[in-house]
Design a protein around this ligand. Structure first.
Ligand code: AMP
Length: 529
């Protein structure tokens, strides 16, 4: 028998088996699976009544909310394609994505209606603007009210739209750090298989309570809406990443699980009033999106006693590719456990990970040779929306090339050493900016660190550290350079260190190194990877 792999099944299962169980908490609103499911289906009917059907694109522009959680299943139920947009981008990006995806409807949080109103005349394909209102927000003119639309509609699924597993579930626009964002086409099958990996490797079960530290727009919340719902676990929405809110939710909602970028983990580790909270769970924190310093692993596990899990992947891979699991037969002990967990990990089930060096030959497992990470799997996307030439560039010999550089250790665990474009080439030697950052993070005065290559007449490029100091700490450039000399090969040591108040990051916590480089490279050409 072959039954199509559709994410819609996950919600149907939760309603059938976990109807009375609490599913979703957002501020003072609480929904059981029966109630959450009913709201998803009502909204599916509402969209259908507006003329939205199979294959139509429905954009969503919103911070995390219960409405966002409903959109994941409402669009799936009618076979529409969800287009989650990073709401921290700027107006011209919203315009670009709206037009490029050909969105028919925009679902917008009440905080973002004003910016959308400035774009209306430039978005010819958009027929309906629907607002999800919070607090006392009034209904702005020209907007349809989400709650009014679902009034009195059926709480059961609309008729089967005849979906195949290869039909598109979503188009996720990538961060677009240097160029315009690209639309990553994710099918139901991609998301379904990713959800299974999420459940298996992150050990999701019906006792779990996920705190939504991760923005839902990012790679569909890494598949959390599917994995947690499939297993009847509970979603706790976090609208903004604020230390006090996170600790309050962990304590009161008894959070057991969360996904986040290292920058969010830093906010949790550095929250000053930790001791005021009585936390009775031992949350599992899944970290990805950027390489976490080993120090973060130690602090989470030693200081807080919680569990650190690392995964690695891309929007293009739904996203899970690797997991850093400590395999029992390796007998890893003591600090080696932290060292291993700071690596991106090894192939998730159903993923074939290779690291290819020169001439597309696999690099040896010696943790020294560097190559590009490539993956072959059913989680790999369908292609870039209306950009077949970009798709063709990314997929070669049956593998998707990620643009990330890595080494592989003798047990097959990969370590991401850099994005190809961020690696520093100094005097012909490749230097991993991430490795230098890792050393800087070991210095007690460092709150945040970024390392970039800057032009050098002598070396072509040389290493520059940018450091945000911890409050109340002082340090000199020389002190950092000496500290690095004591802790790493000398050719990798920064030749300069600058102190900055903050580091520019994308909404998903990635350092915008291209922005940091700009000042140093003005008028000088840098190599292109
Ligand atoms: P995105 O498509 O926005 O999710 O970004 C994917 C990129 O994030 C990857 O290509 C990596 O450069 C980076 N990334 C994701 N997870 C990790 C990780 N565990 N370690 C290092 N970099 C990561």
């Amino acid at each position: 028998m072959e039954v199509p792999l559709l994410v819609n099944d996950f919600l149907a299962r939760a309603i059938k088996l976990y109807g009375p169980k609490e599913a979703l908490v957002d501020g003072d609103k609480r929904f059981t699976y029966a109630q959450y499911g009913a709201r998803c289906y009502k909204f599916a009917h509402a969209l259908k009544n507006l003329g939205v059907g199979k294959g139509d694109r429905v954009a969503i522009l919103s911070p995390n909310s219960h409405h966002f959680m409903e959109a994941f299943y409402a669009t799936g139920a009618i076979g529409a394609v969800l287009v989650p947009i990073n709401y921290r981008l700027i107006a011209s990006d919203f315009e670009f994505i709206g037009n490029h995806s050909g969105a028919k409807v925009f679902l917008v949080d009440s905080d973002l209606t004003e910016v959308m109103d400035t774009l209306r005349s430039k978005l010819p394909t958009v027929q309906h603007y629907i607002v999800a209102r919070f607090g006392n927000a009034g209904l702005p003119p020209g907007w349809l009210d989400w709650e009014a639309l679902i009034q009195g509609l059926p709480t059961t699924p609309p008729p089967d739209p005849g979906l195949k597993e290869s039909d598109l579930y979503s188009i996720n626009y990538t961060s677009g750090t240097t160029a315009r964002p690209k639309g990553v086409m994710i099918t139901h099958r991609n998301s379904y298989i990713n959800a299974y990996n999420f459940i298996a490797h992150l050990r999701i079960n019906h006792h779990d309570v996920e705190m939504w530290t991760l923005p839902m727009f990012h790679a569909n919340g890494w598949g959390g809406p599917f994995a947690l719902t499939a297993m009847g676990a509970k979603h706790v929405v976090l609208r903004r990443v604020v230390g006090a809110d996170m600790y309050r939710l962990i304590e009161n909602e008894k959070v057991t699980f969360a996904c986040m970028a290292p920058a969010v983990l830093a906010a949790i580790l550095d929250y000053p009033d930790k001791d005021k909270h009585k936390i009775t769970t031992r949350p599992r924190f899944t970290i990805a999106g950027a390489p976490p310093p080993q120090r973060f692993v130690e602090r989470l596990e030693k200081e807080l006693g919680w569990e650190f899990m690392q995964i690695y992947g891309l929007t293009e891979t739904s996203p899970i590719l690797t997991v850093a699991e400590v395999k029992p037969h390796l007998n890893v002990q003591g600090n080696d456990v932290y060292r291993l967990k700071a690596r991106a990990g090894h192939d998730a089930v159903g993923v074939d990970i290779r690291v290819f060096g020169a001439n597309d030959e696999e690099v040896p497992w010696d943790d020294t040779a560097i190559g590009e990470v490539a993956a072959r799997s059913n989680v790999v996307f369908e292609g870039y929306w209306q950009q077949p030439e970009e798709t063709a560039k990314a997929i070669r010999n049956g593998y998707f090339f990620t643009g990330d550089l890595a080494t592989v250790n003798s047990d097959g665990y990969i370590n991401i050493v850099d994005r190809a474009k961020d690696v520093i080439i100094s005097g012909g030697e490749n230097i991993s900016s991430i490795e230098v950052e890792d050393v800087l993070y070991k210095h007690p005065s460092v709150l945040e660190a970024a390392v970039i290559g800057v032009p050098s007449e002598k070396w072509g490029e040389t290493v520059m550290g940018l450091v945000v100091l911890r409050e109340g700490k002082t340090a000199t450039e020389k002190e950092f350079i000496d500290f690095c000399r004591d802790n790493m090969a000398h050719f990798k040591v920064p030749t300069g260190v600058r102190f900055v108040d903050a580091l520019p990051r994308t909404a998903t916590g990635k350092l915008k190194k291209f922005e940091l480089r700009e000042e140093f490279w003005a008028g000088v050409a840098r190599r292109v990877n």
